[in-house]
Design a protein around this ligand. Structure first.
Ligand code: FEO
Length: 405
């Protein structure tokens, strides 16, 4: 995709990765983009690089608007390799450029590259860089989502370059939200925002709220948010900020995700009366089988829903591996404001349901105990029991959800 002017003399010069499907283990069925931005001013300044295998793409995009060797400043908002692993190729063209980066960013970069010949300017919140008509204000955002992370704000054009925050993994020829939704639906974009937040930013809700509060306190007027992935928020930047505040507060739909796996279909059979019971209580329900569904999709559906039922057969007295894996992953994502329960089949000793509840307790989620277990295969009586458990769980989910309405 060619360089695109997003504000006067400020260009998107990034790369669209249509093919990536495994983003460090996170499934990206729609690909992604690596966004970076070129400021054509007295001091030509590049904000971020791209993933190493797209370095030539961004260099060609830069070359379409200026000679890359004229760049004198390189701002690195974030050192994760999807943004900074192309830095050596960029620096080979601009060896005398000054790199503006946080202290932790510099230390991290030192671990990845021989930086001994590069010039650095360590910046912190409140520091500025005047490039000519534009002045760049740096805002550290540690642990959003790496220790080095920061954002760059350009006040003359009310532009916030937000690195990973407000991003989405969508490969698209559209650069802007209003442009994207002319061809695709708002629902598709909304789903991509949820997916990104659930899988990457879920642990950092408190930090997100305090950082947005800090931005408001600084009085930064924002009319465009340019993240490092996906589309740029031009049509409704306030909307995405409010969406982040809502997600940081744990906002969810009144719905229940049944996430399960199965060996000989007994646990799977349990999902049928469970889902029917939930639906008969007027609560929306989605049934997700792991091993048929990428974990990142299951995580997204977990986060979309107020309630979640986890179903696992017992294998060797413990949870089925895919269920143990998702609960371990969820524990790291530190979900909040969700109600959960568990179910599953067993042959002789049992143990999976008990194991799931142990994980729920570590996560400090609202729990509906003791869950439900079925020996070998659900009988008609077991099906009735599952149906009633589904109804009961749905009723409790409605009650719990009312606390957040
Ligand atoms: Fe898109 Fe944290 O890198």
């Amino acid at each position: 995709m060619k360089a695109t002017e997003i504000k006067p003399d400020i260009y998107w010069v990034g790369a669209v990765d249509w093919a990536v499907r495994d983003f460090h283990g996170y499934v990206t069925p729609k690909g992604t983009t690596y966004n970076n931005y070129l400021i054509l001013d007295k001091q030509i300044t590049l904000v971020d690089t791209v993933k190493h295998n797209f370095a030539q793409v961004t260099i060609d995009n830069i070359r379409a608007v200026t000679d890359p060797s004229k760049i004198v400043n390189l701002v690195i908002n974030h050192i994760e390799p999807d943004h900074a692993s192309g830095i050596d190729k960029v620096m080979s063209l601009i060896p005398d450029a000054t790199i503006y980066i946080t202290d932790k960013g510099k230390k991290g970069l030192d671990r990845h590259f021989d930086t001994s010949g590069w010039k650095f300017k360590i910046v912190k919140t409140g520091d500025t860089l005047t490039t000519g008509k534009y002045s760049l204000l740096f805002l550290e955002t540690p642990m959003l989502h790496w220790p080095d992370s920061m954002m760059t704000y350009i006040k003359e054009v009310k532009l916030l370059i937000s690195q990973d925050a407000f991003g989405q993994h969508i490969a698209t020829a559209s650069r802007f939200d209003d442009e994207f939704t002319k061809c695709a639906s708002h629902a598709e974009l909304s789903d991509a925002v949820l997916d990104y937040y659930a899988n990457i930013l879920m642990p950092f809700g408190t930090l997100i709220k305090s950082k947005i509060a800090e931005i408001h306190k600084l009085g930064l007027d924002i009319d465009m948010i340019a993240p490092d992935h996906g589309i740029i928020w031009r049509g409704d930047p306030g909307g995405i900020i409010q969406r982040y505040l809502d997600m940081a507060d744990g906002k969810a739909d009144l719905s229940i995700a049944i996430i399960y796996d199965t060996m000989w279909h007994s646990t799977e059979l349990m999902t049928l009366p469970l889902a029917k019971g939930i639906k008969d209580e007027g609560v929306d329900c989605k049934v997700i089988k792991l091993r048929s569904t990428p974990m990142s999709v299951a995580i997204k559906e977990f986060w979309r829903s107020r309630g979640c039922l986890i179903g696992s057969p017992t294998l060797n007295n413990i949870m089925y591996p895919s269920i143990a894996e998702i609960l371990s992953h969820l524990g790291g994502l530190r979900p909040k404001n969700r109600i959960v329960g568990a179910f599953g089949s067993y042959g002789w000793g049992g143990g999976a349901v008990k194991g799931a509840y142990e994980e729920f307790k570590k996560m400090k989620l609202e729990i509906v105990e003791p869950g439900i277990q079925v020996k070998y295969k659900p009988s008609p009586e077991d099906n009735d029991m599952c149906y009633e458990f589904g109804r009961d769980f749905a009723r409790k989910t409605k009650e719990y959800h009312a606390n957040y309405s």
